[in-house]
Write a protein that binds this ligand. Sequence first.
Ligand code: DC
Length: 234
Amino acid sequence: MKNIIIAIDGHSSGGKSTMAKDLAREIGYTYIDTGAMYRAVTLYCIENGLVSNGELNEEKLKTLLPGIEIRLQYNPATGRPDTYLNGQNVENKIRTMQVSDNVSKIAALPYVRKALVKQQQAMGKEKAIVMDGRDIGTVVFPDAELKLFITASPEVRAKRRVDELLAKGESVTYEQVLANVVERDRIDSTREDSPLRQAADALVLDNSDMTIEEQKKWLLTQYRNRIEQINGES
Ligand code: DC
């Protein structure tokens, strides 16, 4: 069967990664979480003193960026890739509120995007990937065979994120997380370089009132329909 690129974009904490990961496993594709790559650069900046009082030392980041090595390695126990930063597994560290609070600003920097987009395009060279992010269907793979745009209300997304963080033992409030979700939507959608927007040819899903099972089923159906269509064309 023909291998394709599946691009999944949408707002933060919209459940994209769960859907993408499950689909990839079901159809034997590689799942790539591009948000994790922006989070890893952010963690690097925090750990190396490049962020202080919310201010980023851009000159230093520009110099150090070529030495930041990010690798995604499949973890059979979780069924998703773990993120490695310069050889260290940082999968848990990149999901904290501190990283979430700083990541959108760093992801808005054109030189950071340029470096990561290049790596993402290389990862998709052989196709057979499900990649999720904000600009996958618009910038990274504008010719992806299947593009999906996933969203849900900010309140629903904040609630899901709070549950996730509390389960991991982080102490957060719903108000704090909702403010972060709204602020990240604002920065991601209004930045100059590759803002979050729906590709004209993307299929849209608002999953506010859907269970994970329903979302999984919807996604698999879209994949099968697209493959059937491609087979019919050739
Ligand atoms: O999907 P996430 O919440 O882990 O993404 C973290 C941040 O990275 C998010 O605020 C936007 C940014 N991002 C991006 O700008 N482009 C991508 N392709 C993926 C994520």
